[in-house]
Design a binder for this molecule. Structure first.
Ligand SMILES: NC(=O)c1ccc[n+]([C@@H]2O[C@H](COP(=O)([O-])OP(=O)(O)OC[C@H]3O[C@@H](n4cnc5c(N)ncnc54)[C@H](O)[C@@H]3O)[C@@H](O)[C@H]2O)c1
Length: 323
């Protein structure tokens, strides 16, 4: 297949590009390089079946031009949680970008897979989160919810487009993916920051009391889910959780990473009150996916243990930071 991937130079996009090229598909990669890096696509660039367009997904005309002959689109380009401001980017890029992608998909009449997020479950207490469950979002005075709201809109728009125009869509709700090539800041998630702090013998900042939980998913498992959802018709018209069911507290994550670095200095944690993290910040206290739909429809379930995934990630980050 000829597959267009937006956000291809980012963390998930670059791994997905490598996996689909390895399976023999042709990849048309799009990224404006605002958060992604060409280094992430170094091996892809050696493949004849790979082409790259430095392009903003808000630029509909050029997006349409480079999509010629594409059989399927995987739309990953997005602006994530606006922890440090820029909620406007989250709302505009995630909505207008998806509007443009779905317009291209309508023109080409092709399947479109769109990245959503576990954040849409918000403060729901119906654990584990099932795709049919209610979504419980905080007030608009708390800008962090703009991310979940933007992805909810994308989900509705995609399903409504399938209903109106007939081309298949798939919505994937990712649960905290981590691994080599994650962004080396909070943008890349807590693993990135915690590894960095330990390697530099600095204090690890823990937001809140650190007892909030997440289900982190190693990148190879996330990519296995995306590949299956892209290639299998069973995913058409579906919203699917892609994530590991192993729950861990944020403090537990810091302790686990520390225990996996053999020559680590003494662990130092600093608990940062939510008021000091960001304006009106509100956190999700527990997050675990129900992964049964993913397994039934796609035959995919997370396989890589946290210990294994973290060891590989630590090794990569140590080399990357030359520490
Ligand atoms: N990483 C996770 O754990 C996670 C969890 C839930 C959802 N997601 C979703 O998965 C997708 C990929 O996430 P990621 O972690 O790889 O993020 P990332 O920031 O590493 O990758 C996103 C890529 O999109 C590009 N981009 C941003 N705005 C663009 C624009 N206007 N035009 C073109 N390119 C643009 C960036 O340069 C970047 O390379 C996103 O949609 C994100 O919301 C990720």
């Amino acid at each position: 297949m000829k597959i267009l991937i937006t956000g291809a130079a980012g963390f998930i996009g670059s791994h997905l590009t490598d996996a689909l090229l390895a399976a023999g598909h042709e990849i048309v990669a799009v990224d404006n390089l605002s958060m992604g890096r060409m280094e992430n696509l170094a091996s892809a660039q050696e493949n004849d079946k790979f082409s790259f367009h430095k392009l903003d997904v808000l630029d509909y005309q050029n997006l349409l031009s480079c999509s010629s002959g594409v059989d399927c689109i995987v739309h990953l380009a997005a602006f994530k949680i606006p922890r440090y401001g820029k909620a406007i980017d989250t709302l505009v890029i995630n909505n207008l970008g998806t509007v443009n992608i779905l317009k291209v998909a309508k023109e080409l009449d092709c399947k479109t897979v769109i990245a959503s997020t576990s954040d849409v479950y918000g403060k729901s207490s119906a654990l584990p989160f099932n795709e049919e469950g209610d979504l419980l979002i905080g007030a608009p005075s708390k800008p962090r919810w703009s991310y979940a709201v933007s992805k909810m809109y994308d989900e509705h728009l995609a399903l409504a487009s399938m209903d109106a125009y007939g081309f298949p869509v798939t919505l994937l709700r990712f649960f905290g993916s981590y691994g080599p090539r994650h962004h080396l800041s909070w943008w890349g998630g807590p693993q990135s920051v915690f590894i960095d702090k330990i390697l530099r013998d600095e204090v690890i900042p823990i937001h809140g009391d650190g007892q909030q939980t997440r289900s982190f998913t190693y990148i190879a498992d996330t990519v296995r889910g995306i590949v299956a959802a892209t290639l299998k018709d069973s995913a058409n018209g579906q919203v699917i959780n892609i994530g590991s069911t192993r729950e861990i507290t944020i403090e537990g994550l810091a302790r686990m990473i520390h225990s996996l670095i053999p020559d680590a200095p003494e662990l130092r944690l600093e608990f940062v009150a939510y008021e000091d993290v960001a304006k009106n910040y509100e956190d999700v206290l527990r997050r675990i996916p129900d992964d049964s739909k993913c397994f039934e429809l796609l035959g995919v379930r997370s396989q890589v243990s946290m210990e294994e995934g973290l060891k590989t990630t630590i090794e990569w980050q140590r080399k990357e930071l030359k520490l």
